[in-house]
Every structure is written in C-alpha cells, then in structure tokens.
Design a protein around this ligand. Structure first.
Ligand SMILES: [Fe+2]
Ligand SMILES: [Fe+2]
Length: 397
C-alpha cells in the first residue's frame, strides 16, 4: 500500500525504472542456494542493477578458464565414436551465410507476409486493459517484438561465439577440441546472419536484455569448464534451439525461415556436443557436492529464463504510461506465442538435463513446482538430429 502510494507520485518513466530495480533485487534475493548466488550474484549486479550491457560502449568482462593441452592427441574413439562422428557431420554441414536468399524484400510491418503473426500476441487482449491499438500500431508493436527477439538471438550468438572459443581450449578431450573448432565457425556465421537480417531487413536493433547479459557474463567469468559447457551448450543453446524452432514455425517470412532452418541444423549439433561432453564428466568426475551445485545452478538459470524474457524494452518503447509493468508482464507471458515459446524451449532443455544426470530426486520437486517437469520425458539431443527437428516443425505448421 505504502509502496503503491510512493510509486504513484513518480512519472511513468521513473516509476518504470524504480520497478525494474525492485524486480532485479527480487531475482537475486529469491535464489535459494548460496553457492548459486555466489556464482550468479556478481553477474546479476552487473547485468540487472548496473545494466552494463546497455551503456552504449564495449563491455569488458574478465574471462577466466584453464586451457588444457593434449600433446599426445589421444583420440577417444576407443570408448565411443560419438564425438568424432559429430565432428565429421559438422565439417560436412558447413554453409556460407551469403548463400541465403538475401535478395528477398522484407517489409517488417507487412500483414500479408508477417515476420511475426498477430496471433503471436493476440493484441485484442489489450482491450481489457483499455488499450485499443490501431492497425498501424499493431504492426509497429509486432515489428518491435520480432526485432527484440532477433536482437536477443544475435546477442546470445555473440556470447556463444566467445564461449565456444573458451570451451574449445579448455575441454580435456582431443576429439572435443576438433569438434569445438567447428562450433566457433558456426557461431561466427550465426552472428553474421542475424546481424545482417536485423540491420538490412528489420532496420532495428535492440540492446542486450539484462537477464541474458547476466547469464553470459556469469559464463565468461566462471573458471570451471564444465560450468561453461552446462551454461552455454545445454542451457542457452538448448533454450535458443527451442526459440528458433518456435519462430521458424510462426513466421511467414521466407528469408527468415530459411535462415532459422540453417541455424537450427547447426545448433542441434552444439547441444548434442554439450550432452556428450557432460554426461560422463558429471557421472564420473564430479563429487556428489559438485554435482548438486550444478543441478541447483541449472535450475536457477532455467527459472530465470522461464520468467524473465518479457521484452520490457518493447514495453518501454510503446506502453510506459499506458499500462503498468505488472500488466505488461502478464500480457506478454500469457500471450499465445510466448506460451508456445516456453513449451518448445523446455521440451528441448529438460530431456538433456535428465540425460546428463542433473534431474535427481532432490531437484525434481523444484522443477515440478515451477511447472517444468512434464517436459523432461521427451527425446534428448542424442536422439534428435537437426533434420528430425525441422521435419517435426514442418509437420506441426
Ligand atoms: Fe549459434
Ligand atoms: Fe550454438
């Protein structure tokens, strides 16, 4: 009540800023495991409170990791050829970003060939809040939302590029290093194509979302190679794969669909790489305490990603002063498209957590409470190729 009265005297812009700080503090104070808070807290302060990713300048983060040289170049074929086979497939699956049909004209506000269809947010739901958008405004909001999502994909790809380079140096398995080299090239190409699409076709680029910044910053600074793998290859890549799949299915714009299809084929390999590298490591190399720390960390990051990608940057552009931040939160998170996004993202992520051994009976009740457990029974990255995924998405369209 008192809080509401204090907030009501602020201008909408200042109120939004204050509420975003309160929100950020809430995220950090709800982390239950002190080890997870210690690992994510400093990055949370840099990302959520100081908004280091939004200062309009190059952000410097001190990357730390241990490189592992293997002068014997020991192949791990003796135990399994899975990693080697993945490397062979990655070499054969290389493609050139210039080969996409860039000649296609894209109108980001076209109702006939929508980049993001109206049904994604169902804007008529705003009527209940007393907000009636004109046709033009609807198109502008959809344009903003699509550009915001693609911008976060782009920023995530930059993080993936750096993480791939780091894990290539630090993975103690020779075949893993060879495979990692292909992922570095893949991620560079992904940065190239998303950036080109945003600047040439959408003509709009958003800054990095604070929650995404927090996760990327934490991965750069964590010195444990398996945490980088878990964070980037399993969590960020797994969720991105779901997000790319959803947009591939929803969008009617042919250039973007082709771009996403190519990226999905690469990303499916990346997640597969993470699962192969981690499943034995977690089972054999980690102590129970270390394993449980990774399990809690993965849970907190999953919740962060489930609840926090709410396009507040689009709210700030179009709706500050017209509706509250809380109303925007429920409008976006309950929109039909976002619901589908969450479903596909967690369908991709949860089976991989199960396969690498981070879904023990201790953590299951937490996932159950977060509503994520039903997604754990599907196929993991080892059982689902990129081609299978695209086929599945095409048949569901
Ligand atoms: Fe990527
Ligand atoms: Fe990737």
């Amino acid at each position: 009540m008192i809080k509401e009265r204090l907030l009501s005297v602020l201008t909408p812009k200042v109120r939004n800023q204050v509420e975003s700080y309160v929100d950020a503090a809430h995220v950090l104070t709800t982390m239950k495991d002190p080890r997870v808070l210690a690992a994510l807290g400093p990055s949370g302060a840099r990302g959520l409170l100081l908004q280091r990713g939004k200062q309009g300048v190059v952000t410097h983060a001190r990357a730390s990791y241990e490189a592992a040289f293997d002068w014997q170049y020991r192949s791990d074929h003796a135990t399994s050829t899975e990693m080697h086979d993945l490397y062979v497939r990655a070499k054969q699956g290389q493609w050139d970003g210039d080969s996409l049909p860039w000649h296609i004209d894209v109108d980001p506000e076209s109702p006939e060939v929508p980049v993001l269809p109206e049904s994604f947010i169902a804007p008529e739901r705003l009527d209940a809040l007393g907000i009636h958008l004109s046709e033009r405004e609807k198109r502008q909001v959809l344009h903003s939302l699509a550009a915001w999502m693609l911008s976060q994909f782009l920023h995530g790809e930059q993080g993936a590029l750096f993480a791939a380079a780091q894990v290539t140096a630090s993975i103690p398995v020779f075949d893993g290093k060879l495979y990692g080299s292909t992922q570095v090239v893949d991620e560079g190409r992904h940065v190239e194509v998303f950036h080109r699409y945003l600047t040439e076709k959408m003509c709009k680029l958003y800054q990095v979302n604070d929650n995404l910044f927090t996760i990327i910053d934490a991965l750069m600074t964590d010195s444990r190679w398996d945490m980088k793998f878990l964070g980037m290859q399993i969590m960020v890549e797994g969720l991105a794969l779901g997000a790319f799949g959803t947009l591939y299915r929803e969008s009617k714009e042919p250039l973007l669909r082709q771009l996403l299809k190519q990226v999905i084929l690469d990303e499916a390999r990346h997640v597969h790489y993470g699962v192969i590298a981690l499943k034995d490591h977690i089972a054999r190399e980690l102590s129970p305490r270390e394993r449980s720390e990774r399990e809690s960390w993965a849970f907190e990051v999953a919740v962060l990603m489930k609840n926090r990608f709410l396009a507040f940057e689009v709210y700030e552009e179009h709706f500050v002063g017209r509706m509250s931040r809380a109303d925007w939160t429920s409008f976006v998170s309950e929109s039909p498209g976002m619901r589908r996004f969450r479903t596909v993202m967690f369908e991709r992520l949860m089976p991989n957590l199960r396969t690498i051994g981070l879904l023990s009976p201790e953590i299951i009740p937490h996932y159950e409470q977060a509503g994520l457990l039903p997604f754990a029974h599907g196929k993991s990255a080892c059982e689902l190729s990129g081609q299978d995924m695209v086929k599945e998405l095409d048949s569901a369209a």
